[in-house]
Ligand binder design. Structure first.
Ligand SMILES: NC(=O)c1ccc[n+]([C@@H]2O[C@H](COP(=O)([O-])OP(=O)(O)OC[C@H]3O[C@@H](n4cnc5c(N)ncnc54)[C@H](OP(=O)(O)O)[C@@H]3O)[C@@H](O)[C@H]2O)c1
Length: 252
């Protein structure tokens, strides 16, 4: 049910954190993976690791804000692995934070480009390739921030990631009749380099926001991505799937 044998998947943000854990899991489950991020070294290292364990992986470095890169990833998947079944559009960043009236307009635009326009660009090239196969699963990494929770100082991030949920629902409705499923994955705080920048006190604070009173391991979020990628979620589309340790419902 969760296996991905014979499937081809693109994973963006694959050099670190949630994307890295998910790429490994997809490969362990039998998928051929195309790995994407800006920095080539981390991607190449992961591709070598996966190949050493008998999997199939190719790395392509580039920026998800770049339309040519979105196209090139799909080209690589189709020319080298014969098609595309799964896309985990996960690369993203919190971008410029702080008092919203003090944000630079450029910072706002960069955050929307990185998190939201990139999602559109990914879908624009991934969906036609999936239609060739007659089926496919797109997954976008969003967040609880801006969906279930308003957080001061995170306006650009919240708007961009809530926009991803809107995009998810529109695409799910538009392409569902042709066999394409589209879902958003909403992690709680996960133990990735983005979070390790926090002080020990900040970390304790963040843990306490969650009902489970801890931060997720990236591998736990990867399991939810696998669910959405695989046949286990065959009747799930247009969903905003919280994998957030209860941060959205916790009040104490
Ligand atoms: N960690 C959390 O607590 C948390 C919670 C909710 C949602 N999320 C979301 O989960 C996703 C993954 O986050 P993470 O915590 O795993 O982050 P991470 O460890 O910092 O990894 C981010 C990945 O995205 C890549 N990336 C960033 N900007 C890119 C760009 N413009 N073009 C191409 N690749 C880019 C990075 O590689 P390069 O820098 O080499 O490009 C890296 O591979 C993000 O969308 C984030 O917003 C995270």
């Amino acid at each position: 049910m969760f296996e991905l044998n014979g499937k081809v998947a693109i994973v963006t943000g694959a050099s670190s954190g949630i994307g890295r854990a998910t790429a490994r899991l997809f490969a362990d489950q039998g998928a051929s993976v195309v790995l994407a991020a800006r920095g080539a070294a981390g991607l190449e290292a992961l591709a070598r690791e996966i190949r050493a364990e008998g999997g199939e992986a190719l790395a392509l470095a580039g920026d998800v804000k770049d339309e040519g890169f979105a196209h090139a990833l799909v080209e690589l998947a189709t020319t080298e692995f014969g098609g595309l079944d799964i896309a985990f559009n996960n690369a993203g960043s919190v971008g410029e934070m702080g008092d919203t009236t003090g944000l630079s307009t450029q910072g706002w635009r960069d955050t929307l480009d990185t998190n939201l326009t990139s999602a559109y660009l990914g879908a624009k090239y991934q969906i036609p390739a999936m239609l060739e196969r007659g089926a496919g699963s797109l997954i976008f990494t969003s967040t609880f921030v801006g969906y279930t929770v308003g957080m001061p100082g995170m306006a650009a991030y919240a708007a961009s990631k809530a926009g991803v949920i809107g995009l998810t629902k529109a695409l799910a409705a538009e392409f569902g009749p042709r066999g394409i499923r589209v879902n958003a994955l909403l992690p709680g705080a996960a133990d990735t380099p983005a979070l390790t920048a926090n002080t020990p006190e900040e970390r304790v604070f963040v843990e306490g926001l969650h009902a489970l009173k801890r931060i997720a391991r990236p591998e736990e979020i990867a399991q939810s991505a696998l669910y959405l990628a695989s046949e286990a979620s065959s009747f799930t589309t247009g969903a905003a799937l919280l994998a957030d340790g209860g941060v959205s419902i916790n009040r104490l």
